[in-house]
Design a protein around this ligand. Structure first.
Ligand code: HEM
Length: 301
């Protein structure tokens, strides 16, 4: 058995002791006959590579063919060390790399790396320059280019037929003067009024047909002494008596408009309320002047 050539070459140079190699060569030289042709070839190869360090099999000691044994070799060469630092370092003594940051001690004599390995994964690939077109810039809003500002839903102020904002002056004035919504009695919700006003048999106006109402006549319809409460608005006269228990603002508030034109009071409190729509079934007639009514009576005579 001879150490194969590949094994010899794999050994580091410091293991290849010339002394051992020389001794091995001297021991093998007197016994050329005991080696085969192949062994001779191996020896020739060994001569070509004199750096072989493992001690050759001591055939003379064994006396016969036996498994060669390797012996520990005391090398005089220093263990080579290297450092990643640029500073010159003493190769004779393995010293850790001179870094400002302390590094944990390593098990081997290898100097610690300058940077501790953070991950064994492959580093992310560098971003490739995109070949796509860059996204278009966002269009800058044009504040005064609105096509139809009047068609938009108003963001400020009350919506049509809606209450004003809670912090509006109208609502604040109403509450400061003692006005406000009241708790309606059962069966007198706005939905109940809507249902009642749609009933054709209800006759909420209280008159057989449309009347010509003079201001003096309107004054007598105050809701007292058994008379109904009438109120005019935009030239029409309404019987507000059936609506009194349904008024969210309360009967006393609504009664302030009885026997007279209630348009001013109405617009002061809730201009967003649709009077005509809510009291459409309570229309008594139209408001006419005294002279118009007198001339009409004269025509009848
Ligand atoms: C006769 C026609 C009237 C109708 C159809 C009517 C209808 C209404 C309606 C629907 C509400 C609720 C409004 C809302 O929730 O936003 C309301 C509230 C109110 N109404 Fe009238 N109303 C009338 C006349 C009057 C008059 C003449 C006065 C005062 C003199 C008045 C004083 C009030 C008050 C104080 C409130 C409460 C307002 C509030 O909640 O802030 N109403 N009315």
């Amino acid at each position: 058995y001879r150490n194969p050539e590949a094994t010899r070459n794999a050994l580091p140079p410091w293991l290849r002791s010339k002394k051992e190699e020389r001794a091995s060569s001297e021991e093998q030289a007197p016994k050329p006959s005991s080696t085969t042709q192949e062994d001779a070839k191996t020896e020739k190869t060994k001569d070509d590579t004199p750096a072989f360090s493992v001690s050759e099999p001591q055939e003379s000691d064994e006396g016969d063919d036996s498994t060669p044994k390797s012996t520990a070799v005391q090398t005089k060469q220093d263990v080579p060390t290297f450092s990643l630092d640029q500073e010159p370092s003493n190769n004779t003594v393995p010293t850790p790399a001179t870094n400002s940051t302390p590094t944990p001690p390593t098990k081997t004599n290898m100097p610690p790396p300058s940077k501790p390995p953070t991950s064994t994964l492959m580093p992310p690939p560098a971003p490739k320059p995109s070949t796509l077109m860059p996204p278009p810039s966002r269009p800058t809003p044009l504040p005064n280019r609105s096509p139809a500002p009047g068609l938009r839903v108003p963001t400020t102020g009350p919506l049509p037929n809606r209450g004003p904002p809670a912090n509006s002056q109208q609502r604040a004035g109403a509450s400061s003067s003692g006005r406000g919504k009241i708790l309606l009695s059962p069966g007198h919700s706005p939905m109940d009024w809507a249902a009642l006003s749609r009933d054709p048999k209800a006759n909420l106006a209280g008159v057989p047909g449309l009347q010509r109402v003079t201001p003096s006549q309107l004054k007598t319809m105050t809701g007292r002494k058994g008379k109904p409460a009438w109120s005019s608005y935009m030239g029409k006269v309404y019987n507000i008596t059936p609506y009194l228990p349904f008024h969210p603002g309360g009967e006393p508030e609504l009664m302030k408009a009885a026997g007279r034109d209630g348009g001013k009071l109405f617009m002061e409190v809730h201009p967003w309320v649709n009077w005509e729509g809510m009291l459409g079934s309570c229309v008594v007639g139209i408001l006419v002047s005294e002279s118009e009514a007198k001339s009409e009576l004269d025509d009848m005579d």
